[in-house]
Design a protein around this ligand. Sequence first.
Ligand SMILES: [Zn+2]
Length: 206
Amino acid sequence: MRRLPEVFENNRAWVRARNAQDPTYFERQLKAQHPRYLWIGCADSRVSPTTIAGLEAGDMLIHRNMGNLVSTTDANSLSVIKYAVDVLQVEHIIVCGHERCAAVRAALGPSVWPPMEQWLAPLRAVNRDHHKELDRCEDYDERWTRLAELNVAAQVATIGLLPTLIFAWQRGQKVSLHGWLYELGTGLLRDLGVSRSGPDAKVLGD
Ligand SMILES: [Zn+2]
């Protein structure tokens, strides 16, 4: 079996550089984590959260999957959100999609292989719910990006309805939700304007 020596060499070089810059860094890492942010992003190799946000290890709890989805039947994402809110008490939950996302493209096309097709169900639902708007897009690339944006907004809405968030807001905990899109061609993050710091009026019964 190949042992990927270059990765271990990189790791040792990183440890040397880190210790030279900050001799107590690893000692502090042992104690606890106090991230302010939970990042829910796509697994895409080009969208590395701490790198594009200019943050360090320990600053952000990170959950990634194909298409930055939060499904109410997915124990993985629900567990991360509950841990982030109830235990770590993060102040911000960010759902970040990106341009040219393979999961979004798959949801625009015919059925794919299992279990991917099952995983993509929430994305296909967003596609169906907004098909009139998406049909007005001028070309495929515009449709691809717009579905990525709509998907982020849908995931933010889903998170806002989770019992974890509803209970946190009821007890007065300060936690905000945000939806962003990462532009691969420029490296810039774009705020999609779907932030919220409390439950939907519908949840409150107004
Ligand atoms: Zn993606």
